[in-house]
Design a protein around this ligand. Structure first.
Ligand SMILES: NC(=O)c1ccc[n+]([C@@H]2O[C@H](COP(=O)([O-])OP(=O)(O)OC[C@H]3O[C@@H](n4cnc5c(N)ncnc54)[C@H](OP(=O)(O)O)[C@@H]3O)[C@@H](O)[C@H]2O)c1
Length: 250
């Protein structure tokens, strides 16, 4: 699934799924534009990306103005429109209901959900996205469809992302821009390691038991991202591709 002549914006590219996607997509011939907060980590990721013309921007996704400036600059610097977006920025949240506050709910939406929509909007500005269309992939979670105690904030943010992707799929279909979600089960990354480090052995065993094929790795998700960005999925839009080692089959 080659991605030559593609220019892909990857948000949350400094670690985990976004980082692995950046390196793999560059290997397949895509030009990648990376966004996350940590400049040092983004520099390292760019150095691991084969090919030329990759760019990065150290930005907090909560800052819409900076995102707008960066995306417009990236579309002008190298005179090639974007053909794809991967939105993988996210924060975890394990907080029992009695500790949930307005600020927490807003904050998690401001990172996990709202920027995905605003970035999709910025990409619609004149000359920014390819006129013959392309593909947008939001990374949601199995928890966008399934509940878990103490996960109300995270589940809300991920379920909203799935719903938003379907609405955008319909709105952008006339422009031949496809919009899909991927909902991973647990895969080994910095985020999931933090979760596993903070819970008991028994809870870890439970999580492992809930994944009939075991805990996944980033490549399991990146394969799905590559498929949804490629021509092989040209008739697929508005879906939620669940990649979860059997978690949600139960
Ligand atoms: N790992 C799993 O098991 C799993 C399962 C289901 C769904 N997911 C979802 O998959 C996505 C990627 O997760 P991951 O496991 O790869 O996590 P990760 O390794 O922690 O990576 C998260 C990425 O998001 C970026 N980010 C976080 N807050 C940001 C902000 N305010 N502004 C800009 N960038 C920000 C981080 O970069 P900086 O810190 O440099 O900003 C990092 O690049 C997330 O949306 C997560 O919810 C993960």
């Amino acid at each position: 699934m080659e991605l030559k002549n593609q220019k892909i914006l990857i948000i949350g590219a400094s670690s985990g799924i976004g980082k692995a996607a950046a390196i793999k997509l560059a290997k397949e011939g895509a030009r990648v534009v990376l966004v996350a907060r940590s400049e040092d980590k983004l520099k390292e990721v760019i150095e691991s990306c084969p090919g030329e013309g990759h760019q990065y921007f150290a930005i907090d996704v909560k800052d819409e103005k900076l995102l707008d400036n960066a995306i417009l600059a990236a579309s002008k610097d190298i005179d090639e429109p974007f053909t794809g977006l991967v939105y993988s920025a996210g924060r975890e949240g394990t907080i029992p209901l009695k500790f949930v506050k307005n600020d927490l709910l807003n904050d998690i939406l401001q990172v996990n959900t709202i920027p995905a929509i605003l970035i999709t909007k910025i990409l619609q500005k004149k000359g920014v996205f390819a006129l013959d269309g392309g593909s947008i992939v939001f990374i949601s979670s199995v928890m966008g469809n399934l509940g878990q105690p103490a996960k109300v904030a995270y589940c809300m943010s991920k379920g909203a992302l799935v719903a938003a992707s379907k609405a955008l799929a319909l709105e952008l279909a006339p422009k031949k821009i496809r919009v899909n979600c991927i909902s991973p089960g647990m895969v080994t990354t910095e985020m999931s390691s933090k979760v596993l480090d903070s819970i008991s052995e028994e809870s870890i065993l439970n999580i492992k038991r809930m994944h009939p094929l075991g805990i996944g790795n980033v490549d399991d998700i990146v394969n799905g991202i590559q498929f949804l960005l490629s021509e092989k999925s040209k008739w697929i839009t508005g879906i939620d591709l669940v990649i979860d080692g059997g978690y949600s089959a139960q």
